[in-house]
Design a protein around this ligand. Structure first.
Ligand code: UGA
Length: 472
């Protein structure tokens, strides 16, 4: 099928590339001409595992093309996927102006009937507004627009895998033709009729996805309700971690046992600095606003948001307690991205923590495998290191702010011997407290007993044999 994707951000690029991969003819467009020029030259502006190779292969095979000419993209497609950004406004509501602009463009330029698929995350009832705008601004009589909602459930870092091997595909439709067309678009994925290009781990054994057909309003709500539930789950684990600290319990033990109950499940119960990124925080805000406007008291979600904001405060309190005076201290930071396997720093907890450290007069040195270039644009005062050990050199404290698994594999005995003071504050509960203490570290994390972590005030030095695994 001839498909256009409007918006070449995370969602648009993964969607466009994925649809081309499973056999469709895809044109991607964006209102940033530099982005399009880079894509034409094969430069992918985001870090997303497997995306570069898949995009290049489909570009070469001429199934995927890029254009700055949005009119061309609109005219050539049978189906148009709207993947533009819906960033938060100051009041927390989603800014839908980009969707409105795209709708008016489609209405004005389309010469034949089309399926318009709303892929961007939007509040419920946006589809109804979209239908109205398309109708009101339609220029060519006889052209019909069918609107559908097809929310994305892509996680940054595993977005390609999530696209090709989803748990579910949700389509919100109001007519048979749209349902049929969307079933056709997703048929290769639903029937697993494509050769997985990147041999994702375990993909041959994966179950085919469930197709859920709903109304447009329900499909929109499914997306917000899912992200908000995940956010509440994380905040719940964080509050339990706080209780663990008070009563001497261990959050890892508690959430492990909770997660064995299939009604609860083990995922999204990792306590620490809380949720960041461009999706969960903004979707929670937008959902709260939607509930408020609808006259529904969603206090539960408001509390989850409040708990999340408090995580930074609590972590900074731990830093202050451990360092006493922050001014003039050398602080090493491991991890800047809002989570592992991405270079995205939007709403990353690391940014706020570093800003506070700098404001209090600390000297900050940071390392992240992917996110340093982006961070250095907004925090030029930080010194960036090309390898993780450098940030530990002579540091008074080392902070872990992103759950990159590689940090577990570091030679922590070496780090111990490099630091000015062997103090580690682990904002992601990544390391094993007992192993860190064995190495002589003063180690703090979230929701794990501190009694067992009595600081080893006179480090006895670390022998080369004591490179015990510090993994949690
Ligand atoms: C999220 C959803 O998980 C996707 O399903 C959804 O499609 C996407 O938003 C979207 O709306 O586009 P993403 O923003 O990539 O995906 O990130 P998550 O994996 O959900 O992580 C969000 C944050 O929560 C990260 O900062 C992560 O470190 C944190 N987190 C996650 C925890 O603190 N604890 C956990 O147990 C899990």
């Amino acid at each position: 099928m001839r498909i256009s994707v409007i918006g070449c951000g995370y969602v648009g690029l993964v969607t466009g590339t994925g649809l081309a991969e499973v056999g469709h003819q895809v044109i991607c467009t964006d209102n940033d001409p530099e982005r399009i020029a880079a894509l034409k030259a094969g430069v992918v502006p985001i870090y997303e595992p497997y995306l570069d190779a898949m995009l290049a292969a489909n570009h070469r095979a001429q199934r995927l093309s890029f254009t700055s000419d949005a009119t061309q993209a609109v005219r050539e497609a049978e189906a148009i996927f709207i993947c533009v950004g819906t960033p938060p406004l100051e009041n927390g509501e989603a800014d839908l102006s980009a969707i409105d602009n795209v709708a008016r463009l489609i209405a004005a330029e389309a010469c034949d009937s089309k399926l318009i698929v709303e892929k961007s995350t939007v509040p419920a009832q946006t589809g109804q507004q979209l239908k109205r705008v398309l109708e009101v601004y339609r220029r060519n009589v006889g052209v019909e627009f069918r609107v559908a909602s097809n929310p994305e459930f892509l996680r940054e870092g595993t977005a390609v895998e999530d696209f090709l091997h989803p748990d579910r595909i949700v389509i919100g439709v109001e007519d048979e033709a749209s349902e049929k067309q969307l079933r056709e678009i997703y048929r290769p994925i639903l029937e697993r009729r494509f050769q997985c290009p990147v041999h994702l781990s375990g993909c041959p054994a994966m179950r085919p996805p469930t197709l859920v057909v709903t109304t447009i309003n329900s499909a929109e709500l499914i997306k917000h309700a899912s992200n908000s539930f995940l956010a509440m789950k994380i905040s719940y684990a964080n509050i339990i971690a706080d209780v663990c600290e008070k009563v001497g319990a261990d959050i890892k033990e508690v959430t492990y046992a909770m997660g064995l109950d299939p009604r609860i499940g083990p995922r999204f119960l990792e306590a620490g600095l809380g949720f960041g990124g461009f999706c969960l925080p903004k979707d929670v805000q937008a959902f709260i606003r939607l509930a408020d406007r609808s006259g529904v008291d969603f206090g539960m979600l408001k509390e989850a948001e409040h708990v999340n904001k408090r995580r930074i405060e609590l972590f900074f309190e731990k830093i202050r307690q451990a360092l006493w005076v922050v001014k003039d201290k050398q602080v090493g930071v491991l991890g800047l991205a809002f989570k592992a396997n991405t270079d995205d720093i939007r709403f990353a907890p690391s940014l706020e923590i570093i800003r506070r450290l700098l404001a209090e007069g600390a000297h900050v040195r940071a390392y992240d495998q992917e996110a340093m270039d982006k961070t250095s644009e907004i925090l030029p005062q930080v010194r960036y290191s090309r390898e993780p050990y450098e940030v530990a050199q002579d540091a008074d404290a080392l902070l872990i702010l992103t759950e990159w698994p590689e940090f577990r594999q570091l030679d922590w005995a070496r780090i111990y011997s490099m630091m000015g003071r062997p103090l580690v504050l682990d904002g992601r509960n990544l390391l094993n407290p007992a192993a860190m203490m064995d190495l002589g570290f003063e180690y703090y994390s979230f929701g794990r007993p501190t009694e067992a972590l009595t600081p080893n005030l006179v480090p006895s030095g670390v022998s080369s044999a004591s490179t015990a695994s510090a993994s949690a």
